[in-house]
Design a protein. Structure first.
Length: 117
């Protein structure tokens, strides 16, 4: 069993930066890919960025060059981060971290990011 705890959301102005964090507790050595998703009001949840166990990253086009995903595979935890720069109002959403093992998916509780114009 893996538990994900997120932090770092908030209310910022357009052009500001935020850093989201997600810590995986439990059996982090079982984790393969990890990712950040977001869901804006009235929209489907979409993948924002992902990172493999080996550090290969992928981003949705709308955040390329502005967001950076990173991962720290410690002995008893895995820390996933999303550095978000040059934020835009359209980045407003609830952000969720996702962790994937060979057979299961785990979601964080979500953290609200609101960008005012």
């Amino acid at each position: 069993q893996v538990q994900l705890v997120e932090s770092g959301g908030g209310l910022v102005q357009a052009g500001d930066s935020l850093r989201l964090s997600c810590t995986a507790f439990g059996r982090p050595s079982w984790l393969n890919d990890m990712a950040w998703y977001r869901q804006a009001p009235g929209k489907s949840r979409e993948a924002v960025a992902s990172i493999t166990r080996g550090g290969i990253t992928n981003y949705v086009d709308s955040v390329k060059g502005r967001f950076t995903i990173s991962r720290d595979n410690a002995e008893n935890t895995v820390n996933l981060s999303l550095q978000m720069n040059s934020l835009k109002p359209e980045d407003t959403a609830v952000y969720y971290c996702l962790a994937v093992t060979a057979s299961e998916y785990y979601w964080g509780q979500g953290t609200q990011v609101t960008v005012s114009s």
